[in-house]
Every structure is written in C-alpha cells, then in structure tokens.
Design a binder for this molecule. Structure first.
Ligand code: HEC
Length: 170
C-alpha cells in the first residue's frame, strides 16, 4: 500500500515537473502564429459550451424583426465591425493577426446563424477568456446585446437597408 501511494506521489511530481519544464523552456509557444496545442481546440470548444450551459436556451425578449436588425446593425457598426469585419468582406485584416483568429460573423461567412441566440447573447455579454473577445456587459445594455445577437442569428437573410449599414455605407 505504501509503495502504491509513493508511486502516485512520484508520478504526480514527475508530471508537474514535466509541465514546468515544458512551459518554462519554450514548449508552449505564445506567438499568435504558432500552431494550436494538441487538443487545444477540443478543450476550448467544450469549456465554452459548458460555460454557456443553460443560457443557450434563453429566449430573446426582443423580436427578430427589421427594427431589431437595424438597431443591432448600429450596435455592430460601433462595437464589433473593427474586429469581426464588414458585410460581404470576409475576415477583417486584424483577424489572422490574432490567435485565435477573429471569426467573421456576417455573410459570406455562416457566422453564428446555426447557434442558439441565447448562446450568442451569453458570449457578447461575458466575452471569451484567452481569446481577445471582450465582454460587453455593462458597456452595452441588455437590450442592445439581444439586438446584436438577433442580428447575427439572422445574418443570412437581412433586409437591404440593414446590409447597407453593415457594409459601412451609412
Ligand atoms: C477586440 C476584438 C473583438 C471585438 C471588438 C469583438 N470581438 Fe467577438 N470575438 C473576438 C475573437 C478573437 C473571437 C474568437 C473567440 C474564440 O475563438 O474563442 C470572438 C468571438 C465572437 C463570437 C463567437 C463566434 C463563434 O464562432 O462562436 C461572437 C458571437 C462574437 N465574437 C460577437 C461579437 C459582437 C456582437 C461584438 C460587438 C458587440 C464583438 N464580438 C466584438 C474578437 C472581438
């Protein structure tokens, strides 16, 4: 029994020592151009989904109508466009210089149109740690966050005047 416990302690110490050496000897490259770590995307994806949790099921208090999309487009124009890019243009110039890359959220990209609007509302309110995605609560009101979330959920069928705002033409 003593040998078994000793074995576990030595195993843990070796693992921690290995991790320490890995981190302090440059094993973990912090450059934005370095390749992802093994399983990094898997863990990041699952940790985010678990953090969002039941918030994904929240129903939006603002309707998915043209007035909401127009208001959401104004919010996007002022707060998100610099990073996430304009309508019709794909990723912004900044996108690939950050790690993780900033995902385009407007057509021609699919963005978050397949995700529940409650999940997008959670991401915009709380931001995403280790990524550069800022939290917007309380900078934006909860209504503004729902408006921009509804805009992004419905980004693949927006009316022309809303698209114009998102192209940066108004
Ligand atoms: C400083 C740059 C920056 C700004 C400003 C910014 N974002 Fe982000 N955003 C990011 C990055 C980087 C990610 C990627 C996070 C990741 O991959 O984990 C992201 C991710 C997201 C996602 C998740 C996308 C997905 O595929 O699941 C949503 C939704 C989002 N942002 C919405 C917004 C909205 C809405 C605004 C404006 C209110 C905004 N962002 C402003 C950098 C930014």
């Amino acid at each position: 029994m003593i040998k078994f416990i000793l074995g576990i302690i030595i195993g843990v110490v070796l693992a921690l020592g290995g991790l320490y050496l890995y981190l302090t000897r440059g094993g973990l490259q912090m450059s934005t151009t370095s390749a992802p770590l093994p399983l990094e995307r898997y863990f990041a994806h699952h940790a985010l989904a678990a953090s969002i949790g039941k918030a994904a099921d929240k129903q939006s208090p603002v309707a998915a109508d043209d007035a909401t999309f127009l208001a959401g487009a104004q919010v996007y124009d002022k707060n998100c466009m610099g990073c996430h890019g304009r309508f019709g243009q794909g990723p912004s110039g900044l996108s690939k210089r950050m790690y993780p890359h900033i995902p385009p959220l407007l057509p021609p990209a699919k963005g978050v149109t397949d995700d529940p609007v409650g999940g997008t509302h959670w991401v915009v309110s709380n931001g995403i740690r280790f990524s550069g995605m800022p939290s917007f609560s309380p900078k934006l009101s909860d209504t503004e966050i729902w408006q921009v979330s509804q805009l992004l959920k419905n980004a693949d069928h927006l009316p022309a005047p809303v698209q114009e705002v998102l192209r940066g033409k108004q």
